[in-house]
Design a protein around this ligand. Structure first.
Ligand SMILES: [Zn+2]
Length: 378
């Protein structure tokens, strides 16, 4: 891309010059091999590998140096600390994986940064039991998962008490969900704007009305449809340049969300600029014949062990019927299809008909992020 524009790295001296570079689309980025995405001067053998859970329907593998990874963690830690978390408190995470990480690190054995993952493959009643037993001070989860938990707590008459704060992430925190979570958990609810590519991009400040952008970690551009910068108070598309992704550089990467920059100045003493609003998607839950509902964040994990999948989409057409569309790549054969069916049944555990359909391309809604999970069941 630099060559096409006759640019050299030395021509980029400031943020203004960054605008001379083209935008990087997710689809283009995903089409590159891991070698093409990696920096030439960082030995891949020394990197840590991560895979996105592919909540947008297409998992991406990432490399990070230990230093990139540490910066990313420290940035999240800063957001937690700013939100009232103390390192000796317990934090529970509602994770999408079936098997959660149960390894305890040295700091946890010393009683610091204690963290328990709870699999969203279990039922909301089991989440409630696990959380009641462990008594976390803080709870992190996706909005829909937290709403399922709040509803389970309300239905069972066993409210979850003792939480200092609930951190919501990954989906739009609408007013109705926020007030349900607040009243059910009896504590403040703070919204985090996270992305796999950029880590913690922004977090809601309890003192300022808005979200602080992690502007020392990532250059966040908010652009109009014509590519010019949006003014404060105006909606625009998020484009990020990650300052700490040296193993796999992300330059002007289209994150795919719409946000509004705040017209206000921070009041809390932090000089990180503020976002006023984040618009994103709200995911659909699957509802099964028994009435059981599946947290949407568990669904992408079904696809991780299955080879040969470029993108996927799950459409629930009836209570007992799922249509899984697959945009295949090499390796999506009969055994992959069988594995996909088995993995999906492990999650559903009910009599549901599953149709797997191969399509040349999964249709994408150009105005928004693609919706990987759609439920037509009312
Ligand atoms: Zn603030």
């Amino acid at each position: 891309m630099f060559d096409e524009l006759d640019l050299r790295p030395g021509d980029i001296a400031g943020i203004e010059d960054l605008r001379r570079l083209p935008l990087m689309d997710k689809a283009v980025y995903q089409g590159l091999t891991i070698q093409e995405r990696g920096a030439d001067d960082v030995p891949t053998g020394l990197c840590r590998t991560f895979q996105t859970s592919g909540t947008t329907g297409h998992p991406i593998r990432f490399l990070m140096t230990q230093r990139d990874f540490t910066f990313r963690n420290m940035n999240s830690a800063r957001a937690y600390l700013a939100s009232g978390y103390k390192p000796w408190q317990r934090m529970a995470v509602l994770a999408g994986d079936r098997m959660v990480n149960e390894k305890r690190s040295w700091n946890e054995r010393l009683g610091l940064w204690r963290r328990r993952e709870i699999s969203s493959w279990k039922s909301p009643g089991q989440w409630l039991d696990d959380l009641t037993a462990w008594k976390p001070h803080f709870l992190i989860g996706r909005v829909t998962t937290l709403v399922l938990l709040a509803e389970a707590a309300r239905a069972s008459g066993h409210p979850l008490r003792g939480l200092r704060s609930v951190f919501a992430s990954a989906e739009v925190l609408d007013d109705a969900s926020r007030s349900l979570l607040k009243s059910e958990f009896g504590c403040p609810v703070l919204d985090f704007y996270l992305s796999f590519e950029g880590g913690c991009l922004a977090w809601e400040c309890p003192a300022c009305s808005g979200y602080h952008i992690s502007a020392d970690m990532v250059i966040m551009e908010v652009l109009r449809g014509d590519g010019t910068p949006a003014a404060a108070g105006e909606e625009g598309e998020v484009v990020i340049t990650n300052l700490h992704s040296t193993a796999m550089p992300l330059i002007r990467y289209r994150q795919g969300d719409t946000v509004v920059l705040s017209t206000k100045q921070p009041r809390c003493g932090r000089r990180l600029p503020l976002l006023d609003r984040i618009y994103g998607r709200k995911e659909d839950m699957l509802t099964l014949p028994s009435g059981r509902r599946i947290a949407p964040q568990a669904v992408p994990h079904v696809f991780i062990p299955v080879p040969g999948i470029k993108r996927w989409q799950v459409v629930q057409t009836a209570l007992d019927r799922l249509e899984i569309s697959i945009e295949p790549r090499e390796g999506f054969d009969d055994s992959a299809r069988r594995l996909l069916r088995e993995e999906m049944m492990k999650l559903l555990r009910e009599d549901v008909r599953i149709d797997i359909i191969e399509v040349p391309e999964i249709s994408r809604d150009p105005s928004a992020k693609s919706r990987p999970i759609i439920s037509l069941v009312r």
